[in-house]
Design a protein around this ligand. Structure first.
Ligand SMILES: *Cc1c(COP(=O)(O)O)cnc(C)c1O
Length: 450
């Protein structure tokens, strides 16, 4: 495969852009290779600057549930851009997108649009603090909520110690006060959650939870754990923020909440809701949302918020989701993928020093690379095998060479899109099969597992 042009672009980018990228994971450092510079996307495919073609399972990290330039989204944008790109005032488009949410998702009465998932979460957290008049935010290790200060606090190196909150930050530049007010708990541990509520319930403003955690692999949680969060928050005047930036409109139109009958107080969206343009949204009951300015005392604003192009791309995307059987189609594909994986891929691990389990939830999937005798439900970031990143790096590059574009980190999930069909799934499985056969003939893979 020729990648000279991509290499050249990355090399030059490093001179002018920090690390050559505008978002760290794009540097491909966790798969120990170099980013591919993309020239265009069409349907299920990406095309790079060296004219290689890839089947795209990254989906721009999730927004493109319909694939690249889906015809109705493309036509909508083409028409919209003739009228201008931003007006900085109210438009029919933002009204329409908000009403699509309110009419189709039972627990939503009001919406505020912003420009990224990060902003949506940041605003939801401020809103929760404003509403409850309390400060502490609880989040979970292995969940990602964008890059605002408090959301970059991680668990300390020891066990959760309630006496002294020993959280640290994953980034420099996070004030100690922010760290102090953020408690990071392990996923899948009702007991610790219960204890924290008993001791600190009266100081907790919100619990934020990533619906179906999909930013540290795919850490599907037991529904009982999530119901416990709902129960405890309700009892203690704590807001339950459900981060549906990935899962919204993907697990069902009403996201994880609708699929599993969970009722959050505030929900954050992003990704799909902007049809491929920058977006975020906070939604929930009016009694919470109406605390935002200009009605209430919680300030939030945005020069380009509710951008007409974004709103129209979002409307066009959501309309396809409501009209066509998108999620049903993706479900069929997802099950087919799982079936083929078990039939064609699973037997190959007899000849390899590791195994892979396919984990999937609707159109999200992930490959859990683990030791052969260690298969168990993976619910916690510490369950990910320490050798998995090295093996994934090998797989990633070999698959890339076969025209399969997967996200460049073991911790990222993959997405199926509406424009895919069974041929695409078969091509993926065939490529994975060939890759694993190549690896089983490679003597270096054994030592990699030590
Ligand atoms: C992507 C993501 C975010 C952040 O959204 P940005 O638009 O990248 O700021 C927040 N939460 C979750 C669950 C995400 O996957």
């Amino acid at each position: 495969m020729h990648t000279e042009n991509s290499k050249k672009i990355f090399q030059q980018s490093k001179r002018f852009l920090v690390g050559g990228v505008n978002s760290p994971v794009r540097a491909f450092s966790s798969v120990k290779s170099q980013p591919i510079a993309i020239k265009k996307g069409k349907g299920a495919y990406l095309f790079d600057e060296d004219n290689n073609k890839y089947l795209d399972f990254s989906s721009s990290w999730g927004p493109l549930i319909l694939g690249h330039n889906y015809p109705t989204v493309y036509k909508t944008l083409q028409k919209a851009i003739k009228r201008g790109t931003s007006f900085g005032t109210i438009t029919k488009a933002e009204l329409k997108l908000a009403s699509l949410l309110v009419k189709n998702i039972s627990f939503i009465e009001k919406v505020r649009f912003v420009n990224s998932g990060t902003e949506a979460v940041m605003t939801a957290v401020r809103l929760a603090r404003g509403y409850t008049q309390k400060d502490i935010i609880i989040k979970f290790e292995g969940c990602y909520h964008g890059h605002s200060d408090s959301m970059l606090v991680k668990a300390g190196s020891g066990l959760v110690d309630l006496a002294k909150n020993i959280s640290e930050a994953t980034s420099k530049g996070i004030p100690n006060n922010v760290i102090k007010d953020t408690i990071v708990l392990p996923l899948d541990d009702e007991q610790i959650l219960q204890e924290v509520f008993e001791k600190l319930g009266s100081s907790i403003a919100a619990v934020i939870f990533e619906a179906c955690p999909a930013n540290a692999g795919l850490l599907k949680q037991s529904i009982l754990f999530i119901q416990k969060i709902q129960q405890l928050t309700k009892k203690n005047n704590v807001l339950f923020i459900l981060d549906e930036v990935i899962t919204g409109f993907r697990l069902s139109f009403g996201g994880f909440a609708d699929k599993y009958k969970i009722k959050p107080d505030l929900v954050t969206y992003g990704k799909i809701i902007g049809g491929g343009l920058p977006v975020g949204a906070i939604a929930g009951e009016a009694k919470f949302l109406d605390l935002l300015a200009p009605i209430g005392p919680v300030y939030q604003a945005g020069t380009l918020s509710g951008n007409p192009l974004t709103m129209k791309a979002g409307i066009a995307t959501l309309k396809v989701l409501l009209k066509n059987k998108v999620i049903e189609h993706l479900q069929v594909l997802s099950n087919y993928l799982n079936q083929l994986f078990i039939k064609e891929i699973t037997p190959l691990f007899d000849k390899l020093p590791f195994a892979i389990s396919l984990i999937h939830e609707e159109s999200i999937f992930w490959m859990n690379i683990h030791q052969k005798n260690k298969e168990h439900p993976i619910r916690n970031i510490h369950d990910i095998d320490k050798n998995a990143p090295k093996i994934y790096a090998r797989l990633h590059l070999l698959l890339l060479n076969k025209g399969i574009y997967l996200s460049p980190s073991i911790y990222e999930v993959f997405f199926l899109s509406y424009v895919m069909n069974t041929d695409h799934i078969e091509y993926f499985i065939l490529s994975l099969k060939e890759t694993l056969i190549e690896l089983s003939n490679d003597y270096t893979i054994g030592p990699m597992m030590e």
